[in-house]
Design a protein around this ligand. Structure first.
Ligand SMILES: [Zn+2]
Length: 250
C-alpha cells in the first residue's frame, strides 16, 4: 500500500467567513474606511447565520482589521487592511520537503499568470501594484509585514488576469508560499531584493511584452528558490523540459 493518510481539514464556518474577508482586504476589494454590508446582508451574502457573522467580525476586530461602531450611522468598518492572514494559512500544513513542490508548482503557474496579467491588467491594477510596492518599502524592516506586502503584490497580479479560477489557484499557492517564507531561514531573503523584483515585474507588465514578463518573473521567483536551495542543500526543482517562449514562437 502506498497510500499515506493526510490530515483532514476540520474548519468552522466562521473561519471561512474570516478568510473571505481577509482575502478581500488583501486584494484591496475592501479598503481602509470602507463600510461593510450590514450583519444581516453579510449573513445572506456569505450564506451563514448571523451569530456566525458576529463571530467572524469579532475575530477580525480582535486582530485590528475591523471596527464596529454602534448606534445609528454606525456599522462595520475597515480599520486596517494589513491583516495577519492567519486564516489563509491555518488550513495549510506544510513540511520542509513540501516546499520544493510548492516552488515547482509556482514555477509552472505564476510566470504564465503574469503574462496573462500583462494582457488584461488595467490602469487600476497597475496603480494597486505600485501602491503595494510603496507600502512594502515602508515596512521593509518588519519581516512579517514585508511578507504580507509580497503576498499582496502576487495576489494583485493574479487578480489582474480577470480569471477567478487562476486567482483562487494562486491564492492557494500563496498561502503555502507565505508559510515557506515564514520558515526560519538562517539567512532570510533580502527584502529589498523582493521590492526590486516587484518593480521590475510591474515595469514588465506595463510593457505588456510576454518575453520581458517571463524574464522578470524568472528572476523574481528565483529569490525564494535560491534561499530554499541554500537552506535545504539540494536542488529546488526537478529537471523538466521547459520550452522557452522564443522557441515556441519562432
Ligand atoms: Zn514577490
Amino acid at each position: 500500500m502506498t497510500w499515506a493518510p493526510r490530515r483532514v481539514r476540520s474548519r468552522r464556518t466562521y473561519e471561512d467567513a474570516v478568510e473571505q474577508i481577509e482575502l478581500a482586504l488583501l486584494a484591496g476589494d475592501l479598503r481602509i474606511g470602507d463600510r461593510l454590508p450590514s450583519e444581516r446582508d453579510l449573513a445572506t451574502g456569505l450564506g451563514v447565520s448571523r451569530p456566525t457573522v458576529r463571530q467572524a467580525v469579532q475575530a477580525l476586530v480582535q486582530v485590528g482589521a475591523l471596527h464596529v461602531e454602534p448606534g445609528p450611522g454606525g456599522g462595520i468598518f475597515v480599520r486596517s487592511d494589513d491583516v495577519p492572514g492567519a486564516q489563509l494559512k491555518a488550513h495549510v500544513n506544510l513540511t520542509v520537503s513540501d516546499v520544493a513542490h510548492v516552488l515547482e508548482a509556482r514555477r509552472l503557474i505564476e510566470p504564465q499568470v503574469a503574462q496573462l496579467a500583462g494582457i488584461f491588467a488595467g490602469e487600476a491594477d497597475f496603480r494597486y501594484m505600485q501602491d503595494t510596492i510603496d507600502r512594502h518599502r515602508e515596512v521593509v524592516d518588519d519581516r512579517e509585514k514585508s511578507n504580507r506586502m509580497d503576498t499582496r503584490f502576487h495576489l494583485a497580479m493574479a487578480r489582474a488576469t480577470g480569471n477567478s479560477v487562476l486567482e483562487e489557484t494562486v491564492c492557494s499557492l500563496l498561502a503555502r508560499i507565505s508559510l515557506a517564507t515564514d520558515m526560519d531561514y538562517r539567512q532570510p531573503a533580502d527584502p529589498l531584493r523582493g521590492i526590486c523584483a516587484h518593480e521590475e515585474t510591474l515595469d514588465a507588465l506595463k510593457s505588456r511584452d510576454p518575453l520581458r514578463i517571463e524574464r522578470a518573473m524568472d528572476g523574481h521567483l528565483a529569490i525564494l528558490e535560491d534561499l530554499w536551495e541554500r537552506e535545504a542543500g539540494r536542488p529546488r526543482l526537478r529537471a523538466w523540459p521547459r520550452p522557452s517562449s522564443t522557441s515556441a514562437h519562432p
